[in-house]
Design a binder for this molecule. Structure first.
Ligand code: MG
Length: 260
């Protein structure tokens, strides 16, 4: 079921969005060569506790998960792109890291992800990250009253295809509200003018993610982490966006906090 939020409810979602933005900006700043993925999770846990927020991940146990997630942030490194389960690994020079973070504040959820390189970047990794960010920008621009979900999907796919990346439509964006995953599904490819009409009050997480040379995923033996089938690297960009009569409102915007 698709729920539309009132302007007052969208206002009430701002603290969750701001906390997710601030946390990702801080974690990105603190994550360097040598940082252990478990330390990132501990730090996120600490920030959640101090803010009185609630993790959407720690008890998350969907049908595809081997057991409850047990951590508060997804850390996906190199060929891992989605649902990366933090484990005992110290980041190495040139690693491509994705942090994906969702919490509930005052009963409202916000969900956002960022990819970046620690240490010396490879050109092809920076290009992949740039494409995912531009695909997210295009998705947000298409999140306008009067459009359709397919317009957002198509906008994402056009950016990816222009840069030569294939698109996996198994995992994509989703409605966000009292819970992390709601309707509608927002695939990362689709036909313009098709799908659910975009109305004021619709709040969605938009999340393009691409792999360098494949669109196929395999599940890591940890039961959670999704890796590229061919070992190529992945990147992910995600914001929680409210569609309003005044245009898209990026609830997890962190552009005022850091330079991505
Ligand atoms: Mg997310």
């Amino acid at each position: 079921m698709i729920e539309l939020r009132t302007p007052a409810e969208i206002e009430a979602m701002r603290p969750a969005g701001r906390f997710v933005a601030e946390t990702l900006a801080a974690l990105r700043e603190e994550t360097k060569v040598g940082t252990n993925l478990l330390a990132i999770d501990r730090r996120a846990h600490d920030l959640i506790r101090r803010a009185g927020a609630e993790s959407c991940y720690i008890d998350y146990h969907p049908s595809f998960g081997a057991s409850p997630f047990g951590k508060v942030i997804c850390t996906s490194v190199n060929d891992a792109v989605l649902h990366g389960l933090p484990h005992d690994y110290a980041l190495r020079d040139g690693d491509l890291v994705t942090l994906d973070f969702a919490v509930s504040v005052d009963g409202w959820v916000a969900d956002s992800a960022v990819s970046f390189v620690v240490g010396t970047p490879r050109d092809e990794d920076l290009a992949l990250i740039d494409t995912t960010q531009r695909a997210l920008d295009a998705a947000i621009a298409a999140a306008a009253v009067g459009g359709r979900i397919g317009d957002i999907s198509h906008a994402i796919a056009e950016v990816a295809r222009a840069d030569g990346y294939d698109i996996n439509t198994d995992f994509g964006g989703h409605g966000v509200g009292r819970t992390m995953h709601g309707d509608p599904h927002v695939p990362n490819d689709g036909k313009p003018g098709r799908g659910y009409p975009l109305r004021a009050g619709l709040v969605v997480a938009l999340e393009p993610w691409f792999l360098q040379t494949t669109d196929e995923l395999v599940t890591d033996p940890d039961g959670w982490t999704l890796r590229s089938a061919d070992g190529s690297r992945g990147a992910h960009a995600e914001h929680t966006v409210a569609i309003t009569d005044e245009g898209p409102l990026v609830l997890t915007d962190r552009s005022f906090l850091s330079v991505d």
